[in-house]
Design a protein. Structure first.
Length: 198
């Protein structure tokens, strides 16, 4: 089979945009169907889209990533996955912002090999360190907020006496589902959601 081009695009949360990375991959001529997009933390490699991609990749295929931290943010994990991709699976890996790491042109001298290895180790370290720093800043922010008496997380929804009484009456068979829904002016799905919450 003809070797294929794939891309792996990742952001850490569902609120972040992938458009810049996707645009880069499309410019390289990678079919949209071969771009695997993940909105998940890079702390480990147990990610749905990444695991799907691993099942598809074959020796000779090329995998593009924008930079090392898109692959992951776990030092040992990055090194291990790099070895799996390049040595075990025989995949060519191309890192758009760090061409020295591209594995389609193996280093011709020992010094080139050393520089390539050191670049990978350095970027893997920076990637993991950045995740550590983000977590430390979050921890510090939470501590300060708690000291100031600021409550964190979603506010608890307080249910009215009418809602509680209506749900109890329905559960006890005093009123029908239709009557309960009418009393609370709720559709069936919203009513059941409320009943489950209570």
């Amino acid at each position: 089979m003809t070797p294929q081009k794939y891309a792996y695009v990742r952001v850490s949360s569902k609120y972040q945009k992938v458009s810049r990375q996707v645009k880069e991959m499309l410019k390289l001529g990678i079919p949209k169907s071969n771009i695997f997009i993940e909105k998940a933390s890079g702390k480990n490699f147990n990610r749905t889209e990444y695991l799907k991609l691993l099942k598809i990749l074959k020796a000779g295929d090329t995998l593009y990533i924008c930079n090392i931290d898109r692959l992951g943010r776990n030092y040992e994990g990055i090194i291990s996955e790099w070895h799996r991709l390049t040595k075990e699976l025989g995949v060519i890996v191309k890192v758009i912002d760090t061409p020295i790491l591209d594995t389609d042109t193996p280093p011709s001298t020992l010094i080139e090999k050393y520089l390539q290895d050191m670049t990978l180790l350095t970027l893997a370290f920076q990637s993991a360190q950045e995740l550590h720093n983000i977590k430390e800043r979050q921890k510090a922010g939470i501590t300060i907020a708690k000291e100031k008496g600021i409550s964190l997380g979603r506010p608890k929804i307080v249910r009215t006496d009418k809602e509680i009484a209506t749900i109890k009456a329905w559960q006890g068979g005093v009123i029908t589902l239709q009557e309960a829904m009418q009393k609370l002016n709720l559709k069936k799905s919203a009513f059941y959601k409320l009943a489950n919450e209570l």
